[in-house]
Design a protein around this ligand. Structure first.
Ligand SMILES: [Zn+2]
Length: 164
């Protein structure tokens, strides 16, 4: 029997690099929309990128509970709830408000991407339904396409900063 654990790493699903790129891209979109200048934008955009990774980094595995309380523990558990995203936002609002929206945007981008492949996400917890928006394969063409779209969005987001 496996011991309870907190896993650090990415399970089956969307690649970590795709999550990171998308989080940074969304962060840049938010930074541009708020008119943040370059030095001030770096930290919040990094927070968005980090927030896009954390849901897969922080997964509490309690083997006895993974199946019985599906959607809470194990892969795509409570870190994949909208409720958790909201709590992260509120926590950031209390600790350091300027990054709260970026953390929320990065976190939501993670849930959105995960909802594009077959296992879906228990985003609506405590409601029992898993949100599945598509059935893309995590290692398929669509995943690479998403990375490219995120890459282009990053270039678009960086353009005004690079141009001075
Ligand atoms: Zn995930």
């Amino acid at each position: 029997m496996r011991a309870p654990s907190v896993t650090v790493g990415v399970g089956a699903g969307v690649k970590g690099s795709t999550h990171l790129l998308t989080g940074v891209a969304i962060g840049l979109v938010v930074a541009r929309s708020r008119g943040l200048a370059l030095p001030a934008a770096v930290g919040p955009v990094a927070v968005a990128g980090l927030a896009a990774l954390v849901p897969d980094w922080l997964q509490v595995n309690l083997p006895a509970l993974n199946q019985t309380v599906r959607g809470v523990f194990g892969h795509r558990g409570f870190t994949h709830w909208l409720l958790t995203a909201g709590m992260v936002y509120l926590a950031c609002q209390r600790v350091y408000p300027p990054v709260a929206l970026f953390a929320l945007a990065g976190w939501l981008s993670h849930l959105l991407l995960d909802a594009l492949n077959p296992p879906g996400v228990p985003a609506l917890w405590p409601l029992p339904w898993r949100v599945k928006l598509a059935t893309l394969k995590h290692d398929g063409l669509a995943n690479h396409a998403l990375s490219w779209v995120a890459g282009v969005a990053i270039l678009w987001g960086l353009a005004p900063y690079l141009g001075g």
